[in-house]
Design a protein around this ligand. Structure first.
Ligand code: BGC
Length: 742
């Protein structure tokens, strides 16, 4: 058996090497035939004339350039037919080099899954891999070769609108999710008709923009960069990500797009990344606005020198690289390297063998109408919902309850359920395709149950005209479900908010309904952690539903009526007030650690606010309860060449079958640089029936104990470690300790 496996492994490895050599030869042959203009052409990506995800550069001659072989890629070209039109033109060019078509397939293509931050709340890596897999299948069938995903920026500031696209604040969780998503999109590998090229973005530290204002500057220590912001990108490289996108922000004064340190030294140097780097939309030209270069020519020079291979939309490469090479300022070897990387991917995708490989109308039709995709979307959506609070077990609701009032501005909406970065396909009737929250609940309740509706108010604005009707509807009901939140386009790119309270008069509407004395369940739809203290303190049951995708209504009904037991856990800390931001669970202890939630003279406290967040990282309840006991460590002392096993027992002591995400946190008590109060190092999502118990084991290896020291060496240090097993970062159930010996 062992020998068979070894032979198989050797066979696969030899095959991969042979395939690589074959592609390398084909790339070299082609490169040798290319003019300088054709080479530079490959390094450009233009938007189609329809939808745009950034400021478009007017260009009346796209088709001419494609025909002359002077364009490498396009984005936002929607649908097989349109892709075919452009590819047809590329096939009229001298060397018939196919175009690659990129698209922001962020959380689904036609089938729309929860926003990535919502999916991250599932802590279910298999589910996330599956949603990426399905998105890739549909996108590839729709003509897309390349997704600008996954977005793997660590986000610790909920004012930043783009936290909705990422996996939250934690580096460990974020790295695993990065891997899962890359693997999901690529399936059995590039070259298959259901695999798309991936793009790890935005390289790097974009999530740390000052004040959470999009596109802003970042000033950060190297140690923070290496420890917190780079690891998800390294995980993406290790998982075989095809491309990288650089970022809009400057990092310590150098725009990421023009940073040799990031792109040449780290990515292509230390990490040996063999794919190519695309700029963010217009970010090459934006270096002029940064005040980093004086004109487009210098922008092109700075970016190509720094290792940015493809210019998305700015035309800096198109307008200047040929001249820069002719003048001898840019060595042709730099251009050749960038072209090689791009051509390699085109060969790997099989586009030279069949440029229309992704243009099969029948496959597009089949992929868009696959009931398995809808089923998966519903399952992942229900796994993403987080039960923040459930006093007196108000939830789940019996589907036989006599009268339910369903109130709020989100109840009867369709498209907003998709959230930001959803793809709009012209031929899809979204009202038919999306299950609204109303439809989902209506379909689930028993025949004898009456469902009443009132909108109450809009998401924003101060109009309270609908309050009276909403109150009267609530009075007729046995239980009230309310669906409120921020508008779908209040989070996303360029959607930073200084005020992250629930907008408009929605919280007042909740107060008015609460005054009726009826039991209330509030569902909050949002792309980021919001602040809603009154609701959190006064309403008995709260569900955080993010933006759940096209199956939103069904997933919500599954949770409300207990067909699915909630299991989501927050991937980001929820602050009490904006003034607490940035707030994240794995902070340092400081010299004045807060002893209680409200003690003064402590650096982590404000005089007007408790120290703790409103809801902590990792928090999320279930309809059942779990009891943790019997923690054991296999060793009290561990050498750095050894491992220690932590085991404990978890038992479902409630009435419902449920999933729990058990979380392992470690703390290095003393380090040559200060260490966080706790760090997530492992987790497992497990299912238990009532009364069932299981022994859970985590293995602590030396790599879980390493960190970047003052010399930026990634090493562990001898000393004592705390072991914490929790249901959330602020709900540690079991503790232990061990000593590391070198
Ligand atoms: C965004 C990228 C996106 C690109 C193309 C930019 O504005 O920052 O994340 O991939 O547009 O749509």
């Amino acid at each position: 058996m062992k020998i068979n496996c070894l032979l198989l492994f050797a066979f696969i490895t030899l095959n991969v090497i042979a395939q690589k050599e074959n592609i390398d030869t084909r790339v070299e042959n082609l490169l040798n035939q290319m003019t300088l203009e054709e080479k530079v052409g490959q390094l450009n990506q233009y938007n189609d004339d329809g939808i745009a995800t950034g400021p478009v550069t007017p260009d009346g001659d796209k088709e001419g350039q494609i025909r002359r072989g002077e364009l490498g890629s396009m984005l936002n070209v929607i649908g097989v037919e349109r892709v075919r039109q452009f590819q047809d033109i590329a096939m009229q060019s001298r060397l018939r080099i196919p175009l690659i078509f990129g698209q922001d397939v962020i959380h689904g293509y036609k089938t729309t899954f929860p926003i990535p931050l919502g999916e991250a709340a599932s802590w279910d890596l298999k589910a996330m891999k599956l949603s990426a897999r399905i998105a890739a299948t549909e996108a590839a069938a729709g003509g897309v070769h390349w997704t600008f995903a996954p977005m793997i920026d660590i986000g610790r500031d909920p004012r930043w609108g783009r936290v909705m696209e990422g996996a939250g604040e934690d580096t460990y969780l974020g790295s695993l999710i990065a891997k899962a998503r890359v693997e999901g999109f690529m399936g059995n590998g590039l070259g298959n008709t259901d695999a798309v090229m991936t793009c790890a973005k935005h390289f790097v530290a974009y999530g740390a923009v000052e004040g959470g204002r999009d596109y802003n500057s970042v000033d950060m220590s190297d140690r923070m960069l290496w420890e917190t912001y780079l690891p998800p990108f390294k995980a993406a490289v290790d998982a075989g990500v095809s491309t990288f996108m650089n970022a809009f922000n400057d990092l310590n004064g150098i725009p990421a797009t023009g940073s040799s340190y990031l792109q040449r030294d780290i990515l292509k140097g230390k990490w040996n990344f063999e794919g190519f780097v695309v700029s963010d939309w217009g970010s090459v030209g934006q270096m002029i606005k940064h005040g980093y270069v004086k004109d487009g020519k210098e922008a092109a020079y700075a970016a190509i020198t720094a290792g940015c291979d493809m210019d998305m939309e700015s035309r800096s490469y198109k307008n200047n690289l040929v001249e820069l090479v002719k003048e001898g300022r840019v060595n042709i070897a730099l251009i050749d390297d960038a072209v090689r990387r791009i051509l390699y991917k085109k060969f790997e995708m099989g586009l030279f063998d069949d440029p229309y490989k992704f243009c099969d109308i029948q496959r597009e039709h089949d992929a868009f109408n696959n009931p398995e995709h809808t089923k998966a979307s519903r399952e992942i959506a229900s796994k993403s919902i987080v039960l923040l609070k459930n006093e007196n077990n108000l939830l789940p609701i019996s589907p036989d309850v006599k009268t339910i009032a369903f109130i709020g501005p989100m109840v009867k909406e369709y498209k907003p359920n998709l959230g930001f970065w959803a793809i709009e396909l012209p031929e899809v009737n979204y009202d038919k395709f999306i299950v609204s929250q109303w439809d989902g609940v209506q379909n689930r309740i028993s025949k004898g149950t009456k469902l009443l509706y009132a909108k109450g108010c809009d998401i924003d604005g101060d109009n309270k005209d609908g309050f009276a009707e909403a109150v009267s509807v609530a009075r007729q009901a046995d239980i009230v479900i309310m669906s409120i939140g921020e508008r779908w386009d209040m989070s996303g790119e360029a959607k930073s908010r200084s005020d992250i309270h629930i907008p408009g008069v929605q919280e007042e509407l909740v107060k008015a309904i609460q005054a009726t004395g009826k039991p209330i369940v509030v569902m909050i739809n949002a792309g980021r952690p919001l602040v809603f203290n009154w609701i959190a303190d006064n309403v008995p049951s709260i569900l955080y539903t993010w933006w759940l995708g096209n199956e939103a209504g069904n997933a919500i009904a599954d949770i409300l009526f207990g067909d699915v037991n909630p299991s989501g856990k927050l991937p980001m800390t929820f602050p009490r007030e904006v003034g607490q931001i940035p707030i994240y669970y794995n902070h340092f202890n400081t010299g004045h650690p807060a002893a209680t939630d409200s003690t003064l003279f402590y650096t982590t406290a404000y005089i007007d606010l408790k120290t703790s967040p409103k809801f902590a990282f990792g928090h999320g309840l279930s309809y059942t309860e779990f009891e943790y006991s019997d923690i054991k460590l296999s060793k009290g002392k561990m050498k750095n060449t050894e491992s220690t096993e932590v085991s404990f027992v978890i038992k479902n002591i409630g009435k419902y079958t449920g999933d729990e995400v058990v979380q392992l946190y470690l703390r290095d008590r003393v380090g040559s640089v200060v260490r966080p109060v706790k760090e997530l190092k492992d987790f497992k999502k497990i299912r238990l029936n009532p009364n069932e118990s299981k022994v859970i084991r985590f293995t602590i290896t030396n790599d879980k104990l390493c960190f970047y020291n003052q010399k930026l060496e990634y090493k562990s240090e001898p000393g004592e470690f705390d072991v914490m097993i929790g249901s959330a970062s602020d709900d540690i159930r079991l503790e232990g300790e061990f000593e590391l010996i070198h």
